[in-house]
Every structure is written in structure tokens, then in C-alpha cells.
Design a protein around this ligand. Structure first.
Ligand code: ADP
Ligand code: MG
Length: 166
């Protein structure tokens, strides 16, 4: 499945993140690629709202990994400042990537070759102004058949000032 969509505001990106958080199966890794300020953290922020309502979300720049929620945790990794594969090992990446929780990995290309083959890939590109173009591909991960339609609906519902959270 390959889904493409465009968001026009951070709120819309968060709204899609929330929706994504609600449909990804446990144990899924989501590999996020895109330049600085593409909206990777913004998408994850929406996901964390599903996993742990009201938790403040920061890019895990210094800790490399943050955890949200307890039952099915969402692990948020940002590999931007990754020094090398050793640091990834210190982080216990194998357990994180293999866990029952959901793993969202910014700058996942820095862990190329270590990522599970079955994963969701999200590529984000700046589209000028507040436009962000998304391409989502799921490899070996089951997602609802109507996900694209649900994203479209969600984007129509959410305007520039409203975050839709259910
Ligand atoms: P990344 O994690 O990819 O570096 P962030 O999510 O931290 O990016 O930052 C995205 C920046 O772009 C934020 O400042 C946000 O306000 C801005 N922005 C503008 N339009 C959008 C959009 N449509 N989606 C996401 N972020 C947007
Ligand atoms: Mg980020």
C-alpha cells in the first residue's frame, strides 16, 4: 500500500499522526525520513497524543529515545545526532525495534540495514510554505484498507486551528 497526502499546517500533520497511531499494529516500526523541519516530530506528536494523552512531546535530541504510554508504549527515537552504530547498540535498539510497542524513528536512514524489513516508511518533503508532502508505504504491515480515505477525511475536517483528537 502506498498512500500520498499533503498537509497544510502542523495541526493537520498532528491530526494524521493521531490517526496513524490509532491504526498501527503493536510491534510496528515507523521509519521517518525528511529534512529538518519536514514535520517528523510533528507527526510523532500526533501519535503520542493517541498513546499518552496530554504528555508533552519533545524531540528526543539528547536522550535519543523517549517513551510514551505504558500499556502499549510508543518509543520515539531521533537518530539525527547518532554518533555511530555503537550508540545504537547502547540504546538497546534491537529490543526497541522488536518490542510489542510501536517505534517511531526519525532519521531512520541512519540505522539503514538495522531496521526490520517489515515496517512502515514515511517520507516527508517540504512543499513550500506550510505544505508538506507525505508518502507512506507499508512493508509487511497490515493497515486498514480505507486508511487513505480516512486520512483524506481527517484532513478535510481539521482546519488550521483545530487539532482533531478522536
Ligand atoms: P522535523 O522533526 O522533521 O525536523 P518538526 O516536526 O520538528 O520537523 O518541525 C516542523 C516545523 O515545520 C515546525 O516548526 C512546524 O510548525 C512547521 N510546519 C509548517 N507546516 C507544517 C506542516 N504542514 N506539517 C508539519 N509541520 C509544519
Ligand atoms: Mg524532529
Amino acid at each position: 500500500m502506498k498512500i500520498t497526502f499533503t498537509t497544510q499546517s502542523p495541526e493537520q500533520t498532528e491530526a494524521v499522526g493521531y490517526l496513524l497511531g490509532s491504526v498501527v499494529p503493536r510491534g510496528t516500526l515507523i521509519a521517518l525520513e525528511g529534512d529538518l523541519a519536514a514535520g517528523k516530530t510533528c507527526l510523532v506528536r500526533g501519535m503520542t497524543r493517541y498513546f499518552a494523552k496530554d504528555a508533552p512531546v519533545h524531540s528526543p535530541t539528547f536522550t535519543l529515545v523517549n517513551q510514551y504510554g505504558n500499556d502499549v508504549p510508543l518509543y520515539h527515537l531521533d537518530l539525527y545526532r547518532l554518533g555511530g552504530p555503537d550508540e545504537l547498540a547502547d540504546l538497546g535498539y534491537e529490543e526497541l525495534f522488536d518490542s510489542d510497542g510501536v517505534c517511531a524513528v526519525e532519521w531512520s536512514e541512519r540505522a539503514e540495514g538495522l531496521l526490520p524489513e517489515d515496517r512502515i516508511e514515511v517520507k516527508i518533503a517540504h512543499g513550500g510554505g506550510d505544505c508538506r508532502n507525505f508518502v507512506l508505504v507499508n512493508r509487511g504491515i497490515a493497515l486498514p484498507e480505507d486508511l487513505e480515505a480516512r486520512i483524506t477525511t481527517r484532513l478535510q475536517e481539521s482546519d488550521a486551528t483545530t487539532v482533531v483528537v478522536d
